[in-house]
Ligand binder design. Sequence first.
Ligand code: NAP
Length: 280
Amino acid sequence: MDSHTVLYGVIGDPIRHSKSPIMLNRAFREKGINGAYAAFHVSPDELKQAIAGVRGLGFRGLNVTIPHKIEVMAFLDEVHEGARAAGAVNTIVNNDGRLIGYNTDGIGYVRSLKEEAEPDLKDKTIVVLGAGGASRGILWALAQEKPKAILLANRTEEKANELAAFFSQESGISAIPWSSLQDVCSYADVVINTTSVGMSPNIDAVPLDPSWLKPGSVASDLIYNPLKTAFLQQAERNGCRIHGGLGMFIYQGAYAFEYWTGEPAPVEVMRATVLESFGK
Ligand code: NAP
């Protein structure tokens, strides 16, 4: 670092588990870019000051994670169309003091799901568990693939109803009660966990009983810490194809890197760096 170093970071609460700093700093080094990326613990009542700090200190970019992806939009100058449709921002670009919000979670997730588990989502029945910030991001991107149906269930059912109503009828997204999950999982082609259930340190928790899934269907989990959640381990034992959150994490970071620097991200180096940090 020197007096020309351009600054980046990620804000969240909690944040110390984040692999974004090692992944993005490695990407800057690989591409010979004089940038530095750090993690900042920001509580909800500090969010406004944190964003003012981005402007004041001239950070070029910021990632945003739990629990700020929705609330942060109030402090930006512009929200990109895809992020507006998703209703959540995970990446901010500072263009000479003008802060623009993007959502790279959804497009990163869908690219990873198609590359690693299910190349064609058209006409598939997809179940999405969870109606938080990550769910919002992927729903819009999933709907672009024209599946047969996207069935959304959330522990707090009112939030699933509100989120489904937020999207247009053509999106094919509808809310279902949590109590109907056993039934819909028996015929769904893809079941996606977007809740935080199973995330480190609560690694033995599962969001639903994995034996409800149809053998041969895809069980997908947005969580990447641990790499293979208890939900995925049990679904795999029951004959499902499995898809973890690491690919989404790599590609959301790659898209953010590209928005900030205008250069293609070194995706394989980023993946290897994160895997190495897990001791794999
Ligand atoms: P969030 O906005 O806080 O939403 C959390 C969701 O989990 C809500 O739907 C919540 O339901 C549900 N939930 C929490 N505890 C639950 C429980 N005990 N039983 C059932 N549902 C429960 O969080 P988020 O930003 O959407 O993130 C969710 C997960 O996605 C996290 O584990 C995060 O690590 C992961 N993620 C991964 C990536 C990636 O790159 N791979 C990117 C983003 C997020 P209620 O509404 O009922 O509280």
